[in-house]
Ligand binder design. Structure first.
Ligand code: ADP
Ligand code: MG
Length: 302
């Protein structure tokens, strides 16, 4: 049976490139570039709550990092470093190998270095903290939306919820298990978007956070929302785990945003507009009647 330290060395100790000290000492040492703000975010994934028992280890490694990369994207930050806190019921090397494969494949794609973590025995849980850089003053906040702004959504909505409902639908299951964080889009939205958030708990709820923080309302046309094929309105509006970006921008920037979508080969749909008034969201159906909104995901909802 390998020791804790052998497992760390075997699966998680990769030579540090940009960190002055990565895995192996008491703390990592990082040197953000001059003029950059450091963006930091943490997500905790628990077996039975965020993923089912027996979930594929490689996909879990991918998703644990992907959800954190998505937070960097929503902030307009370039992801640089990550730490990984793992609780494992046992030293299962096949599991660790799969997990590391999924994690590092995505890390490499976005130039993220794993610089530390913690490994302990316990009920399976995975906690990643990510650190990224964004030029001072250019981070994308939830609070910047202004009346008259357009509301945009990347990719498609509801696919992850469909994947949960229909595990036999491979395209939808892929949306749930292996989300594609919109990192390039987030970075390119600096100075272009007025506010941004990623869709982790459902479009309506996550847009609602922008509205609350910005002190504005919104009208969205349901027919303009980019629905994943086969989804229903509940999945599109309230399905979580899509990790698309919802952002707002001045109307004058429409052509730039459309050009950006073409350049990134990523669908960007203009779905509605920000209104003066209380932070309420109206979603209109084809007859321009307000649709009822299901609640998004809330861990403590009764
Ligand atoms: P400490 O006793 O100071 O908590 P550890 O013995 O837990 O240190 O960890 C030794 C080194 O391995 C540290 O640099 C730590 O950041 C790193 N490490 C531990 N677990 C992981 C992991 N799952 N992924 C990456 N690095 C890890
Ligand atoms: Mg430790």
């Amino acid at each position: 049976m390998p020791s804790e330290f052998e497992l760390i060395k075997r699966y998680f100790d990769r030579p540090a490139r940009s960190a002055a000290m990565g895995v192996g000492d008491d703390a990592a040492l990082l040197q953000p570039a001059a003029g950059m703000d450091l963006a930091v975010s943490t997500d905790l994934l628990l077996e039975g709550r965020h993923f089912r028992a027996g979930a594929d280890a490689r996909k879990l490694g991918h998703k644990a990092l992907a959800v954190n990369l998505s937070d960097m994207a929503a902030m307009g930050a370039a992801p640089r470093w990550a730490t990984l806190a793992l609780a494992l019921p046992r030293a299962d090397e096949a599991w660790l190998e799969g997990f590391a494969k999924g994690f590092f494949a995505l890390a490499q794609r976005f130039g993220v270095e794993l610089v530390g973590g913690d490994t302990t025995r316990g009920p399976l849980s995975v906690c990643v903290t990510i650190l990224g850089e964004v030029p001072g003053g250019l981070a994308l906040y939830r609070a910047g939306a202004l009346p008259g702004d357009d509301i945009w959504v990347s990719g498609e909505l509801g696919g992850a919820a469909l994947g949960l409902a229909q595990p036999g639908n491979p395209a939808a299951a892929r949306r749930l298990d292996e989300p594609d964080p919109r990192v390039e889009l987030g970075e390119r939205l600096r100075g272009l978007a007025t506010a941004a958030i990623d869709v982790s708990d459902g479009f309506a709820q996550d847009l609602g956070h922008i509205l609350e923080r910005s002190g504005v309302g919104a009208v969205v046309e349901y027919a303009r929302l980019p629905a994943f094929p086969g989804t229903d309105a509940r999945q599109v509006l309230a399905g979580g785990d899509d990790y698309e970006l919802v952002f707002t921008a001045r109307q004058e920037r429409r052509a730039e945003i459309e050009a950006l979508g073409r350049e990134l080969k990523l669908a960007l749909a203009r779905v509605g507009s920000i209104q003066k008034g209380p932070p309420a969201l109206q979603v209109l159906d084809a007859g321009r009647r307000p649709m009822p909104l299901a609640r998004g995901f809330d861990h403590f909802a009764p």
